[in-house]
Design a protein around this ligand. Structure first.
Ligand SMILES: Nc1nc2c(ncn2[C@@H]2O[C@H](COP(=O)(O)OP(=O)(O)OP(=O)(O)O)[C@@H](O)[C@H]2O)c(=O)[nH]1
Length: 312
């Protein structure tokens, strides 16, 4: 895939978010001077756009200290926002890399039901296939037959093998079989789906702990990654989920999905700022090609709606 279409998709995906920022900023540029009141209003507009109070404060500080030779414009503010966002996103942008031995590398994928977990597993698998890695999926969400069925459909569609068992079966048994199969067949990556039953935190915690124990016996370093999938449309609730899953699953990195369907894409920045967890990729659509490792500068510009023209 060439870069330009992806960049366009990225901008399209974040359009609702950048439009919301625009709506919040509208009407703030009627005065020629940047007084305290206007700065307050701009800061509030950024917070209202889900960018988080600390990002908003940083932008405010930059605006207060900068000289705007052509007067302050909305486009000028968007450039400053993009710049500050890029600084926050750069340290957390980290593609999911398969570099350690022994194989298989095991990736546990966690998240609440409906967050986009299954789709993300398929997207990650196809990213690995593009890099010539062998991939095996494990249907570890045995709680719902539909979850197993969905994953099978995706495995078929992208052409990767899958290990699954009956509804209600023991997820750690599936994971055990998965590691055995991957080891025997020299498969590089095992991606494990897990149940997202946050309603019963204790059971979920026990289930994940058991999966970890089983994995640890086969390979002390496994799981090599625990990826939390978050639905951006849930806004601030996505931040609470990080808190909970850090506790129940020991999250090592994030994927944020559905950034195309929401005006709340700013939550990606708030997550980066508050938790500093690696963000491996973002989902901007339902297709298998709609998940890409992200370039922090491009994402920052897409969220801010910065076009490079500082004159409105
Ligand atoms: N617009 C958009 N939709 C997405 C994205 N990722 C997933 N979806 C859609 O979100 C819905 C839920 O995705 P799933 O992958 O089934 O989510 P899940 O977390 O596995 O959900 P359960 O199977 O219910 O546990 C599906 O309709 C997906 O097509 C995305 O990045 N953008």
């Amino acid at each position: 895939m060439s870069e330009t279409p992806w960049l366009e998709r990225l901008r399209g995906g974040f359009k609702k978010t950048s439009d919301r920022l625009g709506d919040n900023l509208t009407g703030l540029f009627t005065k020629s001077t940047l007084d305290k009141e206007t700065l307050d209003e701009i800061e509030d507009a950024l917070v209202a756009s889900d960018l988080g109070p600390s990002t908003a404060a940083k932008v405010r500080q930059r605006l207060a200290s900068e000289r705007f030779e052509r007067g302050l414009t909305e486009a000028g503010v968007r450039e400053v926002v993009a710049d500050e966002l890029a600084k926050i996103l750069a340290p957390v942008a980290k593609p999911l890399e398969i570099d350690a031995f022994p194989r298989p590398q095991v990736i546990l994928v966690v998240g609440v039901n409906g967050s986009g977990k299954t789709t993300t597993i398929a997207k990650l698998a196809s990213l690995f296939l593009e890099q010539d890695y062998g991939v095996l999926l494990a249907a570890g969400d045995t709680f719902r037959a539909a979850a197993i069925g969905q994953l099978k459909i995706w495995a078929d569609r992208i052409g990767v093998p899958i290990i699954s068992g009956p509804e209600g079966g023991d997820p750690s048994a599936i994971v055990f079989d998965g590691v055995k199969k991957a080891t025997a067949e020299g498969i590089d990556v095992l991606i494990v789906d897990t149940a997202g039953r946050l309603q019963n935190k204790r059971e979920l915690m026990d289930e994940l702990a058991k999966i970890r124990r089983v994995l640890g016996r086969l390979n002390p370093q496994a799981p090599h990654n625990v990826v939390l999938v978050l639905d951006a449309t849930t806004g601030q609730n996505a931040l609470n989920q990080i808190e909970v899953f850090k506790e129940v699953a020991g999250v090592s990195g994030l994927v944020m999905t559905k950034l195309d369907g929401t005006a709340r894409g700013g939550v990606l920045v708030a997550a980066a700022e508050q938790y500093g967890l690696p963000i491996h990729a973002i989902g901007v659509g339902e297709g298998v090609g709609d998940l890409r490792p992200f370039n922090p500068a491009d994402v920052a510009r897409a969220i801010a709606g910065a076009t490079g023209e500082t004159q409105s």
